[in-house]
Design a protein around this ligand. Structure first.
Ligand SMILES: [Zn+2]
Length: 532
């Protein structure tokens, strides 16, 4: 018998499976998910670098936020991904060409158009009140119009598995209607998320057999039964060749299928090719970065990419891993860009930090690198995460390298917040700093403590640093790290800044929200003045 690679349960399949990320559409239904246009573009950039083939950006409506997103996406140069716009099949009783929402979709620049449509009688009867025949016509007309207008249509068969369970012949007819009208892909959706892998595999195999080679079949699952990943993989086993989902499984209720789990399984265990080995090695970094952008706490126990995924307790496991990693690890963490905790971490940590310093044009000697790794570990323990705050990370390296120069010396600051009986709130900050031996005292008002502090600090040092006027704080995010402590918990602040030319992120961590904000603010301004 041929020897299989570690963690692999199958001989190599031939072929490709494409990834279709829907973070910006389905993922936004997740609790607490909210992204600005700028953050959405960062998500797109990160997914493109990971090698994802399709990125669903949402419905290109004329509301200002969506319009701006699509306008900026149209100008973005992506290496791997194609943008998909998302909408619905035509309304009942209207010709596809007269349907306004379809017209909006067709008017967008997105080459791929994903149309969701019904495939379950219960929904036809109870929700949209449309006959089975009319529904088939709605699917076929809409897909055909997309083709006619030069788009690449994907059909999302909503509630497909519930429909198939109810009436398999009709569910198949819906899939066939889309395929025959020219869909490039027919994606089967487990919209309610309650199906189990055996059934999903069986139903998918039936669709693949019924539709033949002319059309690709995709899978879109939700995690309500804890099986979204397993269901996606079962569908691929049964012949699906496109997987929809979200990195980290963002999505409403229990979330969408987690592409960060699916991708390594497809590639390292099932032998499919989805992205390159180099792209796969960006997986951990991408997963953590998206969590930071979405203001989510990275799950330390997440498969493949969690901080604990390859952490071994000292003792027998650690000794086993040292003797032969296969004893307690299902794959080499480096393949997914993760690292073994204990043992090798010291070494690899040092090498990584030195190469990061080099990239920033800094030189770290051996002793400084050891100290930097230690400092980083302690800071991470206190709640610092540098994935979304590379500017603060660079300042940390600068301090370690001994080439850090502070912009100013703080003597003190004071923030007063006054709330009056009539509801008015006033905030005032006073700051005392020294720059090159001269003392500056400034007072400023603001619409909140951080804003007032920012204004006072800028007022104090603006004469010395006129470029400060170009720097704008573009995003301010706060997260409570240890929720069990209520208002006494640790607060993490992430700040994005821009000078119109570049953008950078900084971080502050403290039990005091003003102190955490101050730290991120000072890093932000100092970063802008570091030599490049
Ligand atoms: Zn969904």
């Amino acid at each position: 018998m041929a020897r299989l690679r570690r963690g692999s349960d199958r001989a190599n399949h031939a072929g490709r499976v494409k990834l279709y990320d829907t973070t910006l559409r389905d993922g936004m239904g997740g609790s607490g998910m909210s992204l600005s246009v700028g953050e959405k573009l960062k998500v797109v950039q990160a997914l493109d670098e990971l090698g994802v083939q399709f990125i669903e950006a949402g419905f290109p409506s004329s509301n200002p936020k969506e319009a701006e997103l699509f306008a900026r996406l149209a100008e973005m140069r992506l290496q791997n991904a194609t943008i998909a716009a998302f909408g619905m099949t035509r309304r009942r009783g209207v010709a596809a060409a007269d349907d306004e929402a379809l017209a909006t979709l067709l008017g967008s620049f997105a080459p791929v158009v994903c149309l969701v449509g019904k495939s379950w009688g219960l929904h036809l009867e109870k929700v949209i009140k449309v006959s089975a025949e009319e529904n088939l016509a709605m699917i076929a007309d809409s897909i055909a119009l997309c083709r006619e207008r030069g788009k690449r249509p994907v059909f999302d068969a909503e509630h497909f598995f519930d429909g198939y369970r109810d009436d398999d012949a009709y569910a198949l007819e819906c899939a066939r209607a889309a395929a025959e009208a020219g869909a490039e892909n027919v994606t089967l959706c487990d919209t309610n998320g309650g199906s189990l892998p055996g059934f999903v595999g069986e139903a998918t195999a039936a669709v693949v057999a019924a539709l033949g080679d002319g059309v690709e079949v995709g899978i879109h699952t939700h995690d309500d039964a804890g099986c979204a990943v397993a269901n996606s993989l079962a569908a691929v086993e049964a012949g699906a060749r496109l997987v929809q989902g979200t990195v980290n499984g963002y999505g409403e209720r229990c979330g969408n299928a987690n592409l960060a789990t699916i991708l390594p399984a497809l590639q390292l265990k099932m032998g499919f090719e989805a992205v390159s080995a180099e792209q796969l090695a960006r997986l951990t970094q991408t997963s953590h970065y998206l969590d930071e952008l979405c203001n989510m706490k990275p799950n330390p126990d997440q498969p493949y990419v969690g901080r604990n995924a390859f952490a071994h307790k000292a003792g027998m496991h650690a000794a086993g891993v040292e003797a032969d990693a296969r004893t307690f690890e299902h794959l080499d963490p480096a393949e997914v860009g993760n690292a073994r905790e204990i043992l090798a971490s010291e070494l690899s940590g040092k090498a990584t930090i030195r190469s990061q310093a080099e990239q920033a044009g800094l030189e770290l000697d051996e002793a400084a690198a050891v100290h930097a790794v230690e400092e980083l570990k302690q800071r991470e323990h206190r709640g610092y995460h540098y994935e979304a705050a590379p500017a603060s990370f660079q300042l940390l390296l600068r301090r370690e390298a001994g080439s850090y120069e502070p912009l100013f010396e703080l003597e003190s600051f004071k923030v007063l917040v006054e709330k009056r009986a009539d509801g008015a709130i006033e905030t005032e900050a006073t700051i005392k700093v020294r720059v090159d031996g001269r003392r500056y005292v400034r007072v400023a008002e603001g619409n909140g403590p951080v804003n007032a502090l920012d204004a006072a600090l800028r007022g104090a040092i603006a004469d010395r640093y006129p470029h400060l006027a170009d720097i704008e704080l573009t995003n301010y995010k706060v997260r409570i790290l240890d929720e069990s402590h209520g208002t006494g918990a640790i607060t993490r602040v992430l700040l994005d800044s821009s000078d119109g030319e570049r953008e950078w992120g900084t971080i502050g961590v403290s039990e005091n929200i003003i102190e955490a904000s101050w730290e991120a603010l000072v890093d932000s301004l100092e970063y802008a003045f570091q030599p490049r």
